[in-house]
Design a protein around this ligand. Sequence first.
Ligand SMILES: Cc1cc2nc3c(=O)[nH]c(=O)nc-3n(C[C@H](O)[C@H](O)[C@H](O)COP(=O)(O)OP(=O)(O)OC[C@H]3O[C@@H](n4cnc5c(N)ncnc54)[C@H](O)[C@@H]3O)c2cc1C
Length: 419
Amino acid sequence: MNYLIIGNGGAGLRAAQTIRSRDPEAKITMLDGEPYPCYYRMRLPDYISGWKDRDSLFVVKEDFYAQHGIDLLSSTTAVAVKPDEHSVQLDSGDSLTYDRLLIASGAKVRKLSCPGCEIDGVVYLRTLDQAEDILRRGKEAKNAVALGGGLLGVEMARCFNEMGLTSYYLIREDRFWPQMLDITASLMVERVLEEKGVILEKKNAIEEILGEGGRVTGVATTAGEKLAADIVGIAIGVESKIDFLEGSGIETGRGIIVDDHLRTNQPDVFAAGDVAQAYNVVTGTQEVVTSWLNTQRQGDTAGINMTGGDKALGGVVNFNVIVIYGLPVACIGMNLPPEGEGYEQLTGDYPKGKEYRKLVLRDGVLVGCILVGKINEATAMEQLIKMEADVSAFKKRLFEPGFDAKALLEELGTAKMAG
Ligand SMILES: Cc1cc2nc3c(=O)[nH]c(=O)nc-3n(C[C@H](O)[C@H](O)[C@H](O)COP(=O)(O)OP(=O)(O)OC[C@H]3O[C@@H](n4cnc5c(N)ncnc54)[C@H](O)[C@@H]3O)c2cc1C
């Protein structure tokens, strides 16, 4: 069997590993637009801020691919997919055929559009090359501005601050990450940023990027300020990489539409990771979920099904975990429910010091959760959400000291099986 994988990120690599373990004789070819072995993108901020060294970024060593009989074509980009011919066209003009294809092309950053947005010194963070570019620039810079009120924006502001630059952090909204966190959790994060010296400016954004001699010198903000900057970091979201699929007949929305076995609408074509739009068990709609954990689950499930297995993913739920200056934050599922009947938001006696816990129930069923300060129950909470567990009988217990979500998960799982 001839397997072709577009993408050498977490999803592509995990699928290749699963395929190899299930089919020792398989021909496996991977395409990667980048020149490196698979690396952890989530470690790039810590690499920039000096907390991690370059070697620790890589998931596998360079010789991993040859050792496992995987043909990795680095710096090679797929420019078109032809499902009727079972072939993929490359940027070199050559084509490769496949029996089974996995598209794991991930995501790309959303670009800012404003006057001056192309000036040298405007940076984004998705790839190792971009991280090294930021590191280089940081050595000569004094002032920086980061824009973007989510997980990547805060990482950018933190990196600039850790590099010793004056770090302005602009967020358009009136608080940090209102799409995922409630007011209490937002304020806890904001406090940590301010304590560490990040200059947080809410309800402010970039109107224009200013430059001199082709280099960035600052930004004019929507609030009417002028801020000096030698680097301007933009983190306003990501988009699934699907442009090269135009005309392929593969159904797309925000990402590639997949069923619970990660199959696309075209025979023998699968998709996984940041590029896949799968069924979200909480919202009941198809959604792209962008997290490392998701790439591992989807890569593995796709690999099993591509090799003739029959494994269901069990849908997806939003799952974000971030550690901001030592403060861990997890937001899972639907934690900002719409106003209306059926929803209950429980916080027990939280917040307590630097810890916070909020659970959201819909008709007694756990659908969302925010954890701050102590997040070791995050995956168990996610499992409870995914199994659509009715926790109404355990409301008190959920907030007791020493509450063990894993134990509850086991209890409910056993009861469900027995029932
Ligand atoms: C700075 C940063 C911090 C993050 N922090 C966290 C975190 O704390 N926790 C968390 O869970 N997640 C985090 N993430 C998100 C996480 O890294 C992603 O969800 C994950 O890397 C996605 O993996 P993927 O395999 O789907 O795609 P990617 O890692 O994007 O890999 C896609 C691969 O496909 C290749 N490719 C794309 N198009 C083509 C083509 N046409 N032809 C050939 N090759 C192609 C690319 O070169 C790349 O190798 C972070 C991401 C970033 C950038």
